[in-house]
Design a protein. Structure first.
Lengths: 489, 119
């Protein structure tokens, strides 16, 4: 009886798994210089092609590039069961519509798995966006933070697929390998696993995608692949996963360690902006609090993972399962450099920009008297082009068609702007360095040199901390709705 | 008859939707750029597009706008009369720098914050 039951159950499970389909939508390689034959995404897509070849029955689409011959060769090497196209905005819209229709028409059904693999240049989140933009083909990005120059699409549009997949019981995964991809975790829920190559405020590095796509082997869960690859990823990024343990890790350390992963590499300088925005005493105080909290967290993790053992001779001794002393030393050294730069920036006394000047002007013509009386910040005075404005009001005042009230107001404005111009000249005469502040800020940031290496070393040591604490979180509270564990390759 | 009804329906829909984003008088958040046009300091929203709107401000209120000439800005503008075509009038309540997002076509525009009666 038991034998029969087992055989029936096994058969049922086998039939169900045999009937379920895997879908892959891979998009990317946009935003690269259109004059080159290759893109930085080639290696990852080559690996992905290998994964598809080793996954019989997998259906899907690859929308890749558009213009780079080598990259297009990789796209064409994907097996014939995968639809192939370029990756322009139209392709993105078309593919979203295609998969929406497949889900709506029940071509994709309960038990199926649907992975969207994104590997392109990604932009920092702007305004009220939940996720972020990625670059499509056709134009190279001149600025890797906002992707200026390239053509963009919004990952927010994947929301509709995620919702439909959940409704239909199709397991979903979104793997975003672009810069600032931590923002895509906003699309995660108990049915959709989201993995990113970096945090919400950091650049990503193609080595993560290269290694991730290579580690994608049949039978592994996405969580396994992520943890395996993250542990060995030594670029100054903060890869993220949407499991409970992953989200807990993000809350525990991402904000605190963020500034120590910033660096001054040529194309991905996120440190200068950070220093310009965070050198005031108040901001440094907040940074110190975060730093101290980070050190305490590191100490706590070390303590929690220290075990007492007994030697062969019966003596007890403690053994650290994870040694984070090197991480603490690296953080301490980097903090010193950042603090020195911040103090130098403060010496520039940028607070002067916020000083107020009170200017007033009054004109009377016949029965009309008008007065302008408004305080101006030094910053506003220095930024104003009074020559242009004064010229405008002189022309307007000379217009014989204007009425007396308008003329009175115009002359008042003219007098006001002339006084403002004099005040601006006086401020600049007495504070000539004010105009040089932006250049000096950049100079100070440069003085700490290329900090890529130290940020990379910090990232490498952070991996030990992450791996250890992630496992602790898993043990403390098993995640029964873990979409990343349930998604099997 | 069917075509006539369809025509009426489509026409009324098109007329009801105001392409400027103007939804009656009130306090608006306005994202645009400061300019000098025809000897007047103005805020231009959706510049060089078919939905461009030019807001002029009273001469005395223009002081607030003067540091933002030829710069991207975000302002709270009290609008007390309906926009006439692509031209509007308003008074600046608050103004600040705006980080332009050239990648997002919806980066500039107007948004009603508080509705009030037109005067």
């Amino acid at each position: 009886m038991i034998k029969l039951f087992s055989v029936t159950l096994f058969s049922a499970l086998f039939i169900q798994s045999a009937l379920c389909s895997d879908y892959l939508l891979a998009i990317g390689a946009g935003g690269e210089d259109p004059n080159l034959p290759t893109t930085i995404f080639d290696s990852a897509f080559k690996n992905l092609s290998g994964y598809v070849q080793s996954s019989p029955g997998l259906k899907g689409d690859i929308a890749l590039n558009g213009g780079h011959s080598t990259t297009e060769g990789i796209r064409d090497s994907f097996p014939s069961n995968v639809g192939k196209s370029s990756f322009y905005s139209d392709d993105y819209q078309r593919l979203i519509q295609t998969y929406k229709t497949k889900l709506e028409n029940n071509e994709m059904v309960q038990g199926d798995q649907f992975m969207i693999y994104i590997d392109s240049h990604g932009a920092a989140k702007v305004g009220n966006q939940n996720t972020h933009y990625i670059a499509t083909s056709g134009a190279g990005a001149s600025n890797l933070k906002n992707l200026e120059g390239s053509k963009l699409v919004d990952l927010e549009q994947l929301e509709v697929l995620k919702k439909l997949a959940k409704e239909k019981g199709v397991k979903m995964a979104i793997v975003d390998m672009s810069c600032f991809s931590g923002n895509t975790l906003a699309l995660a829920d108990d049915n959709t696993c989201v993995i990113s190559s970096t945090g919400t405020n950091h650049y990503g590095y193609s080595s993560f995608s290269d290694n991730f796509s290579e580690a994608m082997k049949k039978g592994k869960s996405l969580e396994e692949v992520f943890l395996e690859v993250r542990a060995n990823h030594n670029a100054p990024a903060f890869p993220m996963i949407s499991t409970e343990a992953g989200l807990a890790m993000n809350s525990l350390i991402y904000d605190k360690i963020s500034e120590f992963l910033f660096n001054k590499a040529k194309s991905t300088d996120n440190l200068t902006d950070y220093l310009v925005d965070n050198h005031s005493e108040q901001k440094m105080c907040i940074a110190n609090q975060k730093y101290n909290s980070l050190l305490k967290t590191i100490d706590d993790i070390e303590k929690l993972n220290t075990v007492t053992k007994k030697s062969l001779w019966g003596e007890t001794y403690t053994s650290k399962e994870v040694d984070l002393s090197n991480l603490k030393n690296l953080l301490q050294n980097y903090k010193k450099s950042l603090d020195t730069a911040a103090v130098k920036m403060r010496e520039l006394d940028t607070d002067r920009f916020n000083r107020l000047e009170y200017i007033s002007a009054s004109v009377q013509i016949n029965q009309y008297t008008t007065t302008m009386d408004e305080p101006f910040k030094w910053k506003d005075l220095i930024n104003s082009n009074y020559d242009k404005i004064i010229e405008t009001f002189k022309t307007k005042a000379a217009d014989p068609t204007i009425d007396v009230l308008t003329k009175t107001e115009t002359l008042t404005a003219l007098a006001y702007y002339q006084k403002a111009k004099e005040k601006k000249e006086e401020i600049i005469k007495n504070n000539p360095d004010l105009l040089l502040i932006p250049a000096k800020q950049e100079e100070i940031a440069k003085s700490i040199g290329d900090t890529y290496d130290i940020a990379r070393d910090i990232a490498t040591e952070e991996r030990k901390l992450y791996q250890t604490q992630y496992k602790s979180f898993q043990k403390q509270k098993p995640d029964t709705q873990n979409a990343c564990q349930k998604f099997k390759l | 008859m069917r075509f006539f009804l369809l025509f009426i329906a489509l026409s009324s829909t098109a007329l009801a939707a105001d392409w400027t984003g103007f939804d009656g008088c009130g306090l608006y958040q306005v994202k645009g750029v400061g300019r000098i046009i025809k000897n007047t300091l103005v805020i231009v929203v959706n510049e060089k597009t078919q939905s461009e709107i030019i807001f002029s401000v009273p001469i005395l209120n223009g002081i607030k706008l003067s540091p933002y000439i030829d710069r991207p800005l975000e302002a709270n503008l009290q609008i007390n009369e309906a926009i006439n075509g692509a031209n509007g009038k308003g008074t600046i309540q608050m103004i600040k720098d705006r980080l332009p997002n050239p990648l997002n076509p919806k980066d500039t525009g107007i948004q009603l914050l508080t509705k009030s009666e037109c005067k």
